[in-house]
Design a protein around this ligand. Sequence first.
Ligand SMILES: C[S@@+](CC[C@H](N)C(=O)[O-])C[C@H]1O[C@@H](n2cnc3c(N)ncnc32)[C@H](O)[C@@H]1O
Length: 210
Amino acid sequence: MKWLPGVALSIMGLFVVLQAVARIWSRLSPRPCPGEISFILENPLRRRVLSAAETLKRVGLKEGMTALELGPGPGFLTVDAARMVGDLGRLVCLDIQPRMLAQLKKKVGDQSVRNADLVLGSANALPLADDSLDLAFLVCVLGEVPRNDEALRELRRALRRGGILSITELIVDPDYSTRKSVVAKGEKGGFSHVETLGNFFYYTINFRKD
Ligand SMILES: C[S@@+](CC[C@H](N)C(=O)[O-])C[C@H]1O[C@@H](n2cnc3c(N)ncnc32)[C@H](O)[C@@H]1O
């Protein structure tokens, strides 16, 4: 077993190098997380360490809400989110990549989710009516969206007065944004900062449209 620390160190080293490469790559060539590697978002370790239920508890979804999941990807959070808003609520899942939506469609079909609308679209031009949402949430998405100020304007338009914008970030995401920068962007976008939950590595910031 003398080799164990060496192997553990090598794995950690490889992880750090891969993270550095991914971060540099995403800065040099910003684009949405490719559908081909969506399995990374669905990995069982994530489910064990940071469950969808735990994240959604922070987001504050409630029964009967009309909510937007912006950038659901293959749906790590979608089934739980749809169940939280329940039959009286509605979950709009909007993603810019058809490939992600195709995977999501299969997942919600397999799980018999009936209160989710899958929409192909961009955060920068939301195909949603003014004041139509109670809550909008983004998990590991904000850093991938170009022109954040424009997207936040769109989110503000689509939320009703008193509606909640919830942004969650995870350090292992190559497009991770710091808490300070997210609070600054939200406030600049006209939202009031309500609370920051979690820590540097994995946090959720909730804003309100006053
Ligand atoms: C890193 S994945 C996160 C997926 C999911 N939220 C999760 O935590 O597992 C980011 C998702 O945001 C979507 N996305 C990126 N830019 C977008 C944009 N401008 N408008 C809508 N969706 C976008 C991507 O297609 C991708 O599905």
